[in-house]
Design a protein around this ligand. Structure first.
Ligand SMILES: [Zn+2]
Length: 118
């Protein structure tokens, strides 16, 4: 889970400029476009795969390989891209341009956020 934050309703939260309304990711202190103050708002969670790689190296025992690490372009803004895993389909079925939606999986108090094919 490398995207910004989640709220109580399991929605992705991303910084947004209070002045010019541009979304900002990764997190920043000020808006990169106008220098304005940033707030945090939920996004739809809908996006498309911008690029991806298939990881075959086991970094952690709870993450069986292979798995897909993708850069997902969110629907809210052309250059709003976040990183996440693509789950629920075989790595060979993932393609650039594939439409995805944020998916959430609770583990006790923790929430894992990935993306699934729409
Ligand atoms: Zn701004």
């Amino acid at each position: 889970m490398t995207t910004s934050r989640l709220d109580a309703g399991d929605r992705l939260l991303v910084q947004r400029c209070l002045a010019c309304e541009r979304w900002t990711y990764p997190e920043a202190a000020r808006c990169s476009a106008c220098g304005g103050e940033l707030g945090v708002e939920p996004v739809s969670g809908d996006g498309t795969v911008f690029t991806f790689t298939v990881n075959h190296h086991p970094f952690h025992p709870t993450l069986p390989v292979p798995y897909v690490i993708a850069v997902v372009q969110l629907a809210e803004q052309d250059d709003l891209r976040v990183v996440g895993n693509i789950v629920g389909c075989a790595p060979e079925d993932v393609a650039v341009g594939m439409t995805v939606r944020a998916a959430f999986e609770r583990h006790g108090d923790a929430v894992r956020q990935d993306f699934r094919k729409r």
